[in-house]
Design a protein around this ligand. Sequence first.
Ligand code: ATP
Ligand code: MG
Length: 204
Amino acid sequence: MAETKHRVGILGGTFDPIHIGHLMLAEAVRDEYELETVLFIPAAQPPHKLGRKISPAEDRYLMTVLATCSNPSFEVSDIEMRREGPSYSIDTVRALMRTSGGDTEFFFIAGTDIVREIHTWERIEELLEICPFIAASRPGCRPDVEKTRALLGDLGVRQIHLLNTPELEISSTDIRERVARGASIRYIVPREVEQYIYKKGLYR
Ligand code: ATP
Ligand code: MG
């Protein structure tokens, strides 16, 4: 009898802070691709964000746990936070594959703002070969994704899937700016995350 593999989505991010856009994205992909689990992976020091001051990994990790703990299909991994140096997605996926013992299929979930630049990523061909990308629209980024797909040739066309989801104009950048100027973030982040931000005095 053919064994059915576990299907797991990977959603990496800075999550500074995690917001409703991330949660809706994860749930939309889980539903559409019949995933058992979506694994949220907060990045340690993202290679492409070296210039900006980001919140301590522990705060970002805890907010991600607070935001996801009521959903039995959502899990959080500290795999990238425990690793020294810059985190490359290919290393993360390889490590997850090793620990899963080969009975799991992985799907890389990302917004189109990320997917449009993956041709610059470390060992991207290798990553695409082992793990399809599910790209969800972020305002204004879709045409660029088509370019990236074309740049990656057959592999790009075969392994980058576009998912139609409602475009939410929500970003962590906007949330940080709102907190800094004292504007409300209610309903843009889960209640627990909002409370954590105020309790820890983040983004002031
Ligand atoms: P920042 O403004 O700090 O870059 P962000 O809101 O883009 O934060 P990230 O942690 O950078 O959040 O994003 C993690 C992943 O979630 C990325 O793949 C990103 O494209 C995706 N994402 C973030 N916000 C949305 C959204 N509103 N709709 C769809 N995807 C999103
Ligand atoms: Mg971003």
